[in-house]
Design a protein around this ligand. Structure first.
Ligand code: NAD
Length: 229
């Protein structure tokens, strides 16, 4: 199969945890996933943070450190080079690991927030690319990870941007997502309904595979370097 990218004006890469698997960033649910080791109710929801912020922030620090030891792979880099080579390329990601930006991508919409941002109740968002040594803002409030936790709503402006990109794209390429987390799980259908050609890259068929014209069965890094470079 070949994709003639010159036929498309607005291309969206929609990525999930599988996009970062070859960077050795663990998934949350699969085998070896962190929710087998940690109870998310103690580490990844607002109530846990309100009850014991230091415990939640210690966990956050471990997650941040693990990601800082990883690097973008050839697939992240191929998307970034492709984005720079032409107009009309955007990335909508469910990942919080910053790998697309580290690879050089610019137009990245992070649906579920970022491991590398924290926010203060009074002073808003701080970007912090380091190992997360300061748990408190200068005003004394604990800094809350700027991540969509269990029970949180997505940020409406972020969802609006994603919906606009996806409704208006003519090529939608989904990579490494099982399609079970809402509202992101509705995006392939949205792209298809609005007339986009929809392609999936995944080593396994997903619950959403029936929506795609084609599932390219393979790992993100292998497939993206083959198709984009
Ligand atoms: P998921 O874990 O539900 O599904 C991962 C998918 O990736 C599976 O379909 C699997 O077959 C596929 N996959 C595995 N290896 C792959 C590879 N090398 N190349 C391509 N595909 C591969 O992931 P999800 O749908 O993104 O949902 C999980 C949620 O957890 C998301 O909300 C995401 O925000 C979050 N999460 C993020 C990270 C991260 O930031 N890297 C990691 C884990 C989970």
């Amino acid at each position: 199969m070949k994709i003639d990218f010159t036929r498309y004006d607005r291309i969206v890469f929609f990525t999930g945890a599988g996009m970062s698997a070859e960077s050795n960033i663990p998934t949350y649910r699969g085998s070896g996933g962190i929710w087998h080791q940690y109870n998310y109710e103690e580490y990844a929801c607002q109530i846990a943070f309100d009850n014991n912020p230091e415990k939640v922030l210690d966990f956050h620090k471990i997650r941040r450190k693990a990601v800082l030891e990883c690097s973008p792979h050839s697939g992240h880099k191929a998307i970034a080079v492709f984005e720079k080579s032409r107009d009309g390329v955007s990335i909508v990601t469910q990942n919080i690991d910053g790998m697309h930006q580290q690879a050089g991508s610019i137009d990245v919409t992070e649906l579920h927030g970022s491991l590398f941002r924290v926010r203060c109740r009074n002073h808003g968002i701080h970007e912090d690319l380091g190992e997360f040594t300061e748990y408190k803002c200068s005003c004394g409030n604990y800094l809350r990870p700027d991540i969509i936790w269990f029970g949180d709503s997505l940020v409406s402006e972020v969802v609006e941007k994603a919906v606009s990109l996806i409704s208006n794209c003519d090529l939608f390429i989904s990579i490494g997502t099982s399609g079970v987390v809402w509202p992101a799980a509705g995006f392939p259908e949205l792209a298809k309904k609005n007339g986009a050609r929809c392609i999936e890259i995944n080593p396994e068929l997903s619950e959403m595979s029936y929506l795609y014209e084609k599932t390219i069965e393979g790992k993100a890094g292998d497939v993206l370097t083959r198709f984009l470079i």
